[in-house]
Ligand binder design. Structure first.
Ligand code: IPE
Ligand code: IPE
Ligand code: MG
Length: 252
């Protein structure tokens, strides 16, 4: 290969690499409890350290050029955990909302929450709404936090809303399609995730973004969430860049 051909090939590869940065990364942040257990610490210590990993990950996403980041922080099924752990987790959420939102706003992060927020105490519901309002004008990173979120409940709510619109004569059932249905989901207006990462070594979706992740590339990492670093994030992006996305079409 001549020098100039080689230079062109390198440039093309670099261009592909850039084009291969996922627009939207979704993360199932799992393994806080096991991280703590391995250190003979209470589970809350793992959750606290997990909150620090969230901060690092937001900064990493901005640096790596990702525009949308969606993180699974608490599932609708997590309410079934022992009352003490639920109390600790909601306390941590309350603290996070009171101490981190101003900095997120200053860093150009727009925050949104998806999930059933009616299950949280009134003061938390108010802080969630305030955080969304305070950061609504930001453009650098769109952060969506799934809280008390379950994909099946989200899909049922969307089906119900669409059926109600049809019953009211606002839409004809025959006109319903994928795009219209997606407009009834809590993620309306948010692009589908390109890359979905789960930490802790578990390889399942646990009721996260079941509709939206239809064609997401899945990356499972053997790291507990509190240890998740920018290097892990970059490794997942590199793995994504090696994947060939086909969306059901025949490969060239
Ligand atoms: C993820 O860590 C955080 C939440 C689900 C709230 P876990 O608490 O599930 O930790 P493991 O899976 O028990 O290690
Ligand atoms: C999924 O993790 C939910 C979050 C990370 C918030 P879980 O720990 O609740 O999932 P399972 O129970 O292992 O499937
Ligand atoms: Mg878990």
């Amino acid at each position: 290969m001549s020098v100039s051909t080689k230079a062109r090939a390198t440039a093309a590869a670099a261009g592909e690499q850039r084009a291969a940065v996922p627009d939207h990364v979704a993360i199932i942040m799992d393994g806080n409890g096991r991280w703590a257990a391995a250190r003979h610490l209470p589970r809350i210590a793992g959750h606290r350290e997990g909150a620090r990993a969230v901060r690092r990950t937001i900064e990493a996403a901005i640096r790596q050029g990702v525009s949308w980041l969606t993180i699974y922080a608490f599932s609708s099924e997590n309410w079934r955990r022992p009352a003490g752990e639920v109390f600790d987790l909601t306390g941590l959420l309350r603290h996070y909302l009171q101490t981190e939102i101003a900095e997120l706003g200053a860093n150009g992060v727009r925050i949104r929450f998806i999930g059933d927020r009616s299950r949280f105490d009134g003061d938390i519901q108010r802080d969630l709404a305030n955080a969304e309002r305070a950061t609504a004008g930001n453009l650098r990173l769109n952060l969506t936090v799934a809280l008390s979120y379950g994909a099946r409940a989200e899909i049922v709510a969307a089906a119900r809303a669409m059926a109600a619109a049809a019953a009211a004569g606002a839409l004809h059932p025959d006109t319903a399609d994928d795009a219209m249905f997606a407009g009834f989901l809590s993620t309306a207006g948010i692009p589908d995730p390109d890359l979905l990462i789960r930490t802790s070594g578990e390889q399942r979706l646990s009721n996260f973004l079941l509709w939206q992740a239809a064609y997401a590339e899945l990356v499972f990492l053997d790291v507990m969430w509190p240890d998740f670093s920018e290097a892990h994030f970059a490794a997942a992006l590199a793995e994504y860049a090696r994947r060939e996305r086909r969306f059901g079409a025949r490969p060239e």
